[in-house]
Write a protein that binds this ligand. Structure first.
Ligand code: SIN
Length: 526
């Protein structure tokens, strides 16, 4: 089948390795699932295309949301998540998240995660659309790094989990809708290897690199979603991409996340005329749901003709700001900005994809033996717009549920090695990495926060014009990433074209209303 694989191969001719549970991805979802599985005696191998230090999870600033405060409850957390999700959250998935979340966070604490405290109690902040202060943070704004440090050290010191870095997962080996393993490329030796596994978990993160402006690291190229789709799995809600409202805008400087927690601690948004504008757009002002704040910023940018608005912290206690946000303070200082005195120029950038590989509440995909969690997965927990700081929690809660499901599945998984071949791809098409820039520009202009039929048509034309690449062999992991990005970009554009309404992260200028007949999910399978 055209475009089913990225390279020509014959598994019989390649080095063969074997494990029980193969996890692709070394972010919070991958490492936590690995740690849990190891504790139940499952033999686990983790493949990550970079190093575990490269994950998006490690960059998370704001924190991790959980109803642990005295005046908070899972019911309130549920209500806020549902409201942010703009009518498209799966209610049961959200119930699972908010009810099981607190235990998972306590577990992280018992593993050694050092969350910030105030007078001995866990310190909690607020972010957009939260009705309570319920976001735990670490070292101020380095929450992801602290969680990743905890997981990595537990795994290294106390588990048998094998972590193979610089291993790029190329394609899933799926036969008669059963996942048997993965074809991977070992970047160090420059050779392909076959990993046979009784079960495979996709936890390879999101796809922010599809956009020119993103908070995501270079590794976020949608590999897990693309691989699953090529193998025949269902994907869901692909049109819903979240644009974080506040990323640093400075000439020649990569976009850098300025956490929503900064607004949670009192930061105000002003347009280039110095006017505070958010109260005109929403009752929660700067702490309205993220999609609303992003669109308000874009509207002010259009009105004033500027490429940014300002985030203003100058009225807040200077020492408190420096202590609470050391990473943001330090990064801005490197670019000559003193955030306690200067206004911070900010604009929205691609941050998170709500859609992904469709799963049930146990992380099971439509392919037997294939599971997905974290940003790669979509069980409907985030609906059309994720509530801030629910994503790290999602990785833990559904990662744990996957381990329970895998435990039940393993005795029935035969681990059969039926061999696979692909010899249908044409010779390499030369270096096609130049297409990447074009793709990022096309997605930003045409499949960004404000969409129209004309823009989406342009995007789909771009994907048609580049579909010839599917017939050609990929030679390097960078080319494989680009092919994955083309696959995922097309899925986002197709779903965005289909959804003729506006809801959460998907806004159509030509269909600005939210309509009840569209209160449904778009599911795509090749
Ligand atoms: C932030 O710190 O603003 C990002 C948190 C998130 O995306 O959940």
């Amino acid at each position: 089948m055209e475009g089913r694989y990225l390279v020509n191969f014959n598994t019989k001719e390649l080095p063969q390795l074997e494990t029980e549970l193969l996890i692709i991805g070394g972010g919070i979802a991958g490492l936590y699932t690995a740690w849990q599985a190891d504790r139940t005696g499952i033999r686990v191998t983790v493949l990550t295309k970079g190093t575990i230090a490269d994950s998006n999870s490690g960059r998370a600033q704001g924190g991790i949301a959980a109803a642990l405060g005295k005046t908070d409850s899972p019911e309130l957390h549920y209500k806020d998540s549902i409201l942010a999700g703009a009518g498209l959250c799966d209610a049961n998935a959200v119930k699972i998240l908010v009810n099981e979340g607190p235990a998972r966070v306590r577990e992280l604490i018992s593993m050694g995660a050092n969350f910030d405290r105030h007078d001995g109690q866990l310190a909690m902040t607020k972010e957009g659309a939260h009705s309570k202060r319920r976001i735990l943070h670490a070292q101020g704004d380095a929450t992801g790094a602290e969680i990743m440090r905890t997981l990595a050290s537990q795994i290294k010191e106390k588990s048998r989990v094998e972590i193979l870095e610089q291993h790029f997962a190329v394609d899933l080996l799926v036969e008669e809708n059963v996942c048997r393993g993965v074809l991977a490329f070992d970047e160090e030796s420059g050779s392909y290897r076959v990993f046979w596994a009784k079960a495979v978990v996709l936890a390879s993160g999101g796809a922010g690199q599809l956009y020119k402006y993103t908070t995501n690291p270079e590794v976020a190229t949608g590999d897990g979603i693309a691989m699953a789709y090529r193998a025949g799995a269902e994907v869901m809600d692909m049109e819903f991409v979240q644009f974080h409202p506040t990323t640093l805008v400075l000439p020649g400087v990569p976009r850098f996340l300025i956490s929503e927690a900064v607004r949670g601690e009192g930061g105000l948004l002003r347009n280039s005329n110095g006017e505070r504008f958010m109260p005109r757009y929403h009752g929660m002002a700067e702490l309205a749901p993220r999609d609303i704040v992003s669109r308000a910023i874009l509207s002010e940018m259009a009105k004033t003709g500027q490429k940014f608005v300002y985030l203003d912290l100058t009225h807040l206690a200077k020492e408190k700001i420096k202590k609470r946000f050391p990473t943001i303070t330090g990064t801005c200082a490197r670019y000559g900005l003193d955030i306690t005195r200067d206004l911070i120029p900010v604009a929205p950038a691609a941050h998170y994809i709500m859609g992904g590989v469709k799963t049930n509440y146990n992380g099971e995909t439509s392919i037997q033996g294939l599971y997905a969690c974290g940003e790669t997965a979509c069980q409907g927990v985030h609906g059309a717009n994720r509530l801030a700081s629910n994503s790290l929690l999602d990785g833990l809660v559904f990662g744990r549920r996957i381990v329970e499901a895998v435990k039940k599945y393993l005795p029935y998984s035969t681990g059969v090695r039926s061999h696979f071949t692909c010899e249908s791809l044409s010779p390499p098409a030369g270096d096609f990495t130049a297409v990447k820039k074009e793709l990022q520009g096309t997605m930003g202009e045409n499949v960004g926060p404000l969409r129209t039929v004309q823009r989406l048509t342009q995007a789909l034309t771009f994907f048609d014009q580049n579909s010839w690449l599917k017939k050609h062999l990929c030679c390097t992991p960078r080319e494989m990433e680009l092919r994955n990005m083309l696959e995922v970009g097309r899925l986002i554009a197709e779903a965005a074209m289909m959804r003729t309404e506006s809801r959460g992260g998907h806004f159509r200028l030509d269909f600005p209303e939210t309509v009840s007949r569209w209160k449904k999910h778009i599911i795509i399978r090749r």
